[in-house]
Design a protein around this ligand. Structure first.
Ligand code: ARG
Length: 454
């Protein structure tokens, strides 16, 4: 009987151990963990909390562990629970009992908060670089097709002509804001939590400023309870990532639409499309579709961490271990999506003729014709109603504005004269010569500015 109970307890113990272990995923933080431990050890020695020779042995041990991991020689053990315990256990194997001094004036609670902040700080900089690369591709594509006029859309209905470059530069601005959001997130991530101990601070004369400097943090956390229980920086990263993915999915959607045979505005390089196994004519924009699709999981990760953190009492709770996988997944998804997009954009061929043909019937100039009447003294409301009737007439006759005779124009308003034929796609875009407008002059200036930014 007692034999059975033991066996049951063993099994239960193993079950709980497997359930609670984070080693399979938090080993990704090994570099940050060791970096943090080395800075902490230096500080302990500097403050004479441990001896200089102890510190040297600990640092040498940690350094060789780091090499072992990098060379793939390290044996991660789930039964040791997490990355911190795995490294510490190995340090004991390497340097003996002296290893026990490393964890002086520290807890795994401030340790994991540190590892995560170091990780997120690095990833923010990588994210910003990846966004920049994407912006670069957008600017290149815009520059290579500077003169192309395309239909601008509202409600996905042709609305007014715009320069394709203007449309692409809209995304440049969008991603500019995304970068700013990540820079902003960096400010709040850039705070050293180490020294907060388990929750209340530590009873040793530690030098937190020194550790901050060693690790490149510009600030030290002001409240130990907050420092071990705050995961806002992860949530901010994931929220910023969700926004960026949302933006990427809008671009993806346009690329998918534009590459369809209905639009035919662009062609995506073969490396970034796939053929169909049974329909030989197809070139599927899979990369763009997947980026659009992956937006869902990035939103999901954000929802996950928000929900995990909701209603957690201060300070550390084990629930918070759930912060990692979603974060890692978001980082990986965001980075691969940005990178593949930047490369895909480089392969896009613009079909200027198809774009032009899409606006052959020049009803897209209706606003310009109304503006023409306004310049001749009519109120905009009246001009709008006249041009509405004119458009209906032209559409029914199957004629473009340019194909209408002056007599036909006159039956709608005596204000029309020969110069109405001067209204063209080119004159329409050129007329919008205000900051932020689509006139070639403005777009040229915007391109120049964009170039300077990246
Ligand atoms: N694996 C833990 C986590 O990721 C590290 C902190 C553990 N602290 C503790 N008191 N068990 O949250």
């Amino acid at each position: 009987m007692s034999y059975l109970r033991n066996r049951f307890q063993k099994k239960a113990g193993k079950m709980a151990q497997d359930y609670t272990a984070s080693t399979p995923f938090d080993q990704r933080l090994y570099r940050q963990d060791i970096e943090g431990s080395i800075a902490h050890t230096k500080m302990l020695a500097k403050q004479e909390i441990i001896t200089g020779s102890d510190a040297e042995a600990i640092i040498a041990g940690l350094t060789s562990i780091s090499e072992e991991i990098e060379q793939g020689e390290f044996q991660f053990k789930s039964e040791l629970e997490d990355i911190h315990m795995n490294i510490e256990a190995r340090l004991f194997e390497k340097i003996g009992d002296m290893a026990g001094k490393l964890h002086t004036a520290r807890s795994r609670n401030d340790q994991i908060a540190l590892d995560l902040r170091l990780f997120v700080k690095e990833e923010i900089l990588k994210t910003i670089d990846a966004i920049k690369a994407l912006q670069f591709s957008l600017v290149e594509l815009a520059e290579a097709n500077k003169d192309v006029i395309m239909p601008g859309y509202t409600h996905l209905q042709q609305a007014q002509p715009v320069l394709l470059a203007h449309h692409l530069l809209a995304y440049f601005e969008i991603f500019q804001r995304d970068k700013e959001r990540f820079y902003d997130c960096l400010k709040r991530t850039d705070v050293l939590p180490l020294g907060s101990g388990a929750l209340a601070g530590v009873p040793y004369p530690i030098d937190r400023e020194f550790v901050a400097q060693e690790l490149g943090f510009s600030k030290v956390s002001a409240n130990s309870l907050d420092a071990v229980s705050d995961r806002d920086f992860i949530i901010e990263y994931e929220a910023s990532a969700a926004l960026t993915m949302m933006h990427l999915s809008r671009l993806a959607e346009e690329i998918i639409l534009w590459s369809s045979s209905e639009f035919g505005f662009i062609e995506i390089g073969e490396a970034f499309t796939t053929g169909s196994s049974i329909m030989p004519q197809k070139k599927n924009p899979d990369v763009a579709e997947l980026a659009r699709g992956k937006t869902g999981r990035v939103y999901g990760n954000l929802m996950g961490i928000l929900t995990t953190m909701k209603a957690l009492p201060l300070t550390y709770n084990r629930d918070m271990q759930e912060d990692k996988e979603g974060l890692f997944d978001t980082v990986d998804t965001l980075h691969s999506s940005l990178e593949v997009f930047a490369e895909m954009l480089k392969t896009i061929k613009v079909n200027a003729k198809r774009i032009r043909d899409a606006i052959k019937k020049d009803y897209i100039l209706a606003t310009d014709i109304a503006d023409y009447l306004v310049k001749k003294g009519m109120s905009f409301r009246e001009a709008h109603s006249i041009v509405a009737k004119l458009s209906e007439y032209a559409i029914n006759k199957g004629k473009s504005f340019h194909e209408l005779s002056l007599n036909e124009y006159h039956s709608f308003s005596p204000l029309f004269s020969e110069d109405v034929y001067d209204i063209t796609l080119e004159s329409s875009v050129a007329a919008r010569n205000i900051i932020g407008g689509t006139a070639p002059k403005q777009v040229e200036a915007a391109l120049k500015k964009a170039r300077e930014h990246i």
